[in-house]
Design a protein around this ligand. Structure first.
Ligand SMILES: *[C@@H]1O[C@H](CO)[C@@H](O)[C@H](O)[C@H]1NC(C)=O
Ligand SMILES: *[C@@H]1O[C@H](CO)[C@@H](O)[C@H](O)[C@H]1NC(C)=O
Ligand SMILES: *[C@@H]1O[C@H](CO)[C@@H](O)[C@H](O)[C@H]1NC(C)=O
Length: 512
């Protein structure tokens, strides 16, 4: 392709050169019928490669262990390949170390001298082959077994400089992938300390400025919000996308049906109102087979439905991340099935759902599963509440969809006097007016009550604000709301309590 036919001054020569290079790149990809990675789309897939997860769980099937990276780039199913992992930040000789399982290791390959950094430069052409198909290939730092972490920001900045030189656009005599210039960095930090990651990202981005191609920074937090290790960096540095691990956690895909657990909405609120990059994309991170993680694996039809629903509910949705390529290929091309579902749901455009719930009204109380419209979201009450919807893990409400327009008329709110609670599946008999104790059982210290349950005690009607046992109405725990003196007394039809919500477990996937 010819340079653009523009007459411009000399001072524009370098930007013209950059534009020309960009045109060559785009034209080159076009000639091949390939589209370059586009982070604004809703149908991207990111699939980790490097750890041979299939081999780790199928030791007797070595014929189907992880293949070289280009094997996974032969069609359009995968858009992003994070290479897993840089598992040591400051190794021998002050350089990082990588682990690529069966693909490159000290048995078959060698270290750069004076280091324990593997020379896997035989992969350069493989990686470049993936890039020539419009895919991006990034280097992932961390993993569940990683020896990672910083003592302070200056150490983090030092590693950012090293990563730039060793894997990206800089130069070094110890480049594990030789001439291949990777497209960015992924942070999958699951141990060590929380220090320095924002400084790391910011320093890395200072190298990206003025570079002649696009570079990306992604993070792979656990779904538990905020993330234990990356929370600070996510709030203070510019990420392009996050691959949220919706597995091995209570908030994982296995609990998609439960608004107390499934928290994609919290990540959408983070993306659009807390992240320094309001256009950061949020991917559903999922296991690519039942052996790829402890919990969270879903059939292709389940995950396709979930991804499509999230895509239509939250504007920050970017696609699906899978762990990992070796598992996806052995699981009937799970990656391809999910990619097809994302493409069907539409790669561009977002129509805000209507705010099809009554507006939240301060001062009202709500039973579990009530829905309200508030601050551009539809929220679902996890249990009985009279608090204002707010996006945090311990809040009473979960954002279940972004929305726009007027809230619907009517109300799902209840005053403290009328209750038809179905929180947690319990059936609480309602009392029809304040102080009407008809049909309400006497409080018992040995009964567990869910939020919204009503009891009689000391001649008054009381409502539990949340799950409680052995907290006397009017007592110091303050669990019970006093609804006034009983106007009638009848101890039939007592509430059926249900168990408390399951405790959050934050176990993480062991990936090495
Ligand atoms: C490389 O090393 C691994 C681990 O020692 C071994 O399982 C694998 O067969 C080797 N591959 C080649 C091509 O030599
Ligand atoms: C940062 O930590 C490194 C490693 O412990 C140390 O050598 C260095 O002096 C520290 N720098 C600052 C500015 O605290
Ligand atoms: C699919 O989703 C349903 C409903 O949530 C669930 O009961 C089922 O276990 C899921 N199946 C698989 C294989 O993911």
């Amino acid at each position: 392709m010819d340079p653009p036919a523009l007459v411009i001054g000399m001072s524009y020569a370098s930007s013209l050169r950059a534009l020309f290079q960009l045109c060559l790149l785009v034209a080159g990809l076009d000639l091949l019928g390939v589209s370059a990675f586009d982070n604004t789309l809703y149908d991207n897939t990111a699939v980790y490669w490097g750890q041979n997860s299939y081999g780790a769980t199928h030791s007797d099937d070595s014929a189907n262990w992880q293949q070289p990276i280009s094997y996974y780039c032969q069609d359009d199913a995968i858009d992003v390949i994070p290479i897993a992992f840089v598992n040591t930040f400051f190794g021998e000789g002050g350089v990082p170390e990588i682990n690529l399982a069966n693909t490159c290791n000290p048995t078959n390959d060698s270290y750069f001298s004076g280091t324990e950094l593997l020379d896997c430069s035989f992969l350069a052409s493989d990686i470049e082959q993936c890039q020539s198909k419009g895919k991006i290939v990034t280097i992932s730092l961390g993993g569940a077994g990683g020896g990672v972490g910083f003592q302070n920001d200056s150490q983090a900045q030092q590693l950012a400089d090293t990563i730039w030189n060793v894997f990206l656009g800089g130069s070094s005599s110890t480049r594990p992938f030789g001439s291949a210039v990777l497209d960015g960095v992924d942070l999958d930090i699951e141990g060590g300390s929380t220090t320095g990651y924002a400084a790391f990202v910011t320093q890395l981005r200072s190298h990206f400025n003025g570079a002649n191609k696009d570079y990306y920074v992604s993070g792979a937090p656990q779904c538990v919000y905020p993330d234990q290790y990356l929370g600070d960096a996510l709030d203070n540095a510019y990420f392009d996308m996050v691959y949220v691990q919706f597995y091995n956690n209570q908030c994982g895909l296995q609990n998609y049906d439960d608004a107390s657990d499934w928290n994609f909405g919290l990540w959408d609120v983070w993306a659009r109102s807390i992240s320094p990059n309001p256009n950061v994309k949020v991917y559903i991170g999922a296991p690519a087979s039942s052996t790829a993680a402890g919990t969270g694996y879903q059939s292709t039809s389940n995950l396709s439905n979930i991804a499509t629903t999230m895509r239509n509910s939250f504007p920050s949705f970017g696609g699906v991340m899978l762990w990992d390529a070796s598992q996806a290929y052995q699981n009937d091309r799970y990656d391809l099935a999910i990619k097809n579902a994302l493409v069907s749901a539409g790669g561009t455009g977002f129509n805000y759902p209507a705010c099809s719930a009554p507006a939240y009204a301060s001062g009202n109380s709500y039973t579990g599963n009530s829905k309200v419209a508030y601050n551009g979201y539809i929220w679902e009450a996890k249990y009985w509440t009279n608090s204002e919807p707010a996006a945090n893990s311990n809040g009473d409400w979960m954002p279940i969809s972004a929305c726009s327009g007027a809230a619907s008329s009517g109300t799902t709110s209840i005053s403290s006097a009328t209750s038809t609670s179905s929180a947690g599946g319990s059936t609480t008999t309602s009392a029809s007016s304040s102080g009407n104790c008809a049909g309400v059982a006497a409080w018992s210290s040995s009964t567990a009550y869910t939020g919204g349950s009503e009891v009689q005690y000391n001649g008054h009607l009381w409502t539990a604000q949340y799950w409680t046992e052995d907290d006397v109405p009017g007592g110091s725990a303050g669990v019970w709301t006093d609804d006034g003196a009983c106007t009638s007394s009848d101890v039939a039809g007592r509430a059926l309590p249900t168990p408390p919500p399951a405790r959050r477990v934050n176990s993480r996937l062991f990936r090495l």
